[in-house]
Design a protein around this ligand. Structure first.
Ligand code: KG4
Ligand code: ZN
Length: 332
């Protein structure tokens, strides 16, 4: 069965095609919309919606061309309908409904965060065994910092999440204070990796000690803002120290919590997904962790096609009604 899936939950228009019978990823295309947001220093939801409307036809064509298929060869459509930016999600849901209606085929709806949580299973499409269950799955992106216990591809239990900012948001806000463009996470990672010394990581930024299974990053952002205010004008070497020390604080909080929750849950296999899982310092500090390919850490529709294919495989795939809609929050 050929499944075409769409994800427009944030600022990437992503399309993927999977053959669930042959268990192969046939095509994928992701068009990112970070550049129209850069002059605003963050995501502007209405701009994201408008960019999806422009980019989706191109992403669908690119994925079909790569898969050497046409729309008539698609047997099932699926789309992320939660959580995310509501306008952006509505564009994806409407687009998939229109394709399914035109092709006379069913469609189903999927949860974006569950997609991130199971994304290590994407390796099975290329014949590479994923890590054995159970996993402690940390999903760290610009909008989410969530911990799941993944007992199987069908049993994903939410354990806890951030009380305020997401880890990616913390990277982006620190970057903004340092005058870096959005999204600052990858820039901070590269700058620190290439230029910082271990001493540069030692500015005393706070590590929030919050309840079991929870995270908090807003105190760090405030501490960095206060530090920057005291140091003006900031020299380049001072900015590097702030970037390196803030990254160290964010990564340490993530690692400590994963280890503690993993121990309490009796799970040794940590998997990390979401955009922040691309971070080289985080990867270095969890050497035993499993990190998907960076292309599948950031937002992508392949993980959505994977969720749909897993349901098809276990006989649990059901079509959504034509009244299906989008929801901004994790619970639908
Ligand atoms: O999962 P994602 O592509 O989109 C969602 O937010 O759903 O994650 C984007 C976030 C941004 O906040 C970006 O700054 C962060 O992931 N990010 C990183 C790195 N690459 C992306 N943060 C730290 N280090 C990186 N290498
Ligand atoms: Zn995401």
């Amino acid at each position: 069965m050929n499944i075409l899936s769409v994800d427009t939950s944030c600022d990437d228009s992503s399309v993927a095609i999977v053959d669930s019978s042959a268990w192969k990823l046939l095509g994928e295309s992701t068009i990112s919309h970070t550049s129209p947001m850069q002059r605003f220093g963050g995501i502007v939801p209405e701009i994201a919606s408008r960019e999806h409307l422009k980019a989706l036809p191109m992403a669908v064509n690119q994925a079909l061309t790569q898969a050497q298929l046409t729309l008539r060869d698609i047997d099932w459509f699926s789309v992320t309908n939660r959580p995310g930016l509501i306008g952006a999600l509505l564009v994806g849901v409407s687009y998939v409904k229109a394709m399914a209606f035109a092709a006379g085929k069913p469609f189903s709806v999927e949860n974006h965060i569950e997609g991130h949580a199971v994304s290590p299973l994407l390796s099975s499409f290329s014949g590479v065994n994923p890590p054995p269950f159970p996993w402690l799955s940390l999903v760290v992106s610009g909008g989410h910092t969530e911990l799941f216990r993944v007992n199987s591809s069908e049993e994903i239990v939410w354990l806890g999440g951030t009380l305020d900012d997401a880890a990616g948001e913390a990277f982006d806000k620190v970057g903004k204070l340092l005058g870096l463009p959005y999204p600052a996470g990858p820039l901070i990672d590269k700058w620190v990796r290439e230029s910082a010394t271990p001493e540069d990581r030692r500015l005393p930024f706070p590590r929030a000690r919050v309840e079991e299974n929870a995270f908090s990053f807003s105190g760090l952002k405030t501490a960095v803002a206060l530090y920057c205010r005291k140091q003006t004008p900031l020299s380049e070497s001072e900015k590097l120290k702030i970037a390196a020390s803030a990254q160290e604080a964010i990564v340490e909080m993530l690692v400590e919590k994963c280890r503690a929750v993993g121990k309490a849950q009796g799970i040794s296999q940590i998997v990390v997904a979401g955009g922040v899982a691309c971070n080289s310092r985080l990867r270095a500090l969890i050497p035993e962790g499993y990190f998907p390919h960076p292309r599948h850490c950031t937002d992508n529709a392949s993980m959505i096609a994977l969720l749909t294919a897993l349901k098809a495989k276990s006989g649990n795939l059901t079509a959504a009604p034509w009244t299906a809609t989008a929801h901004s929050s994790l619970e639908s």
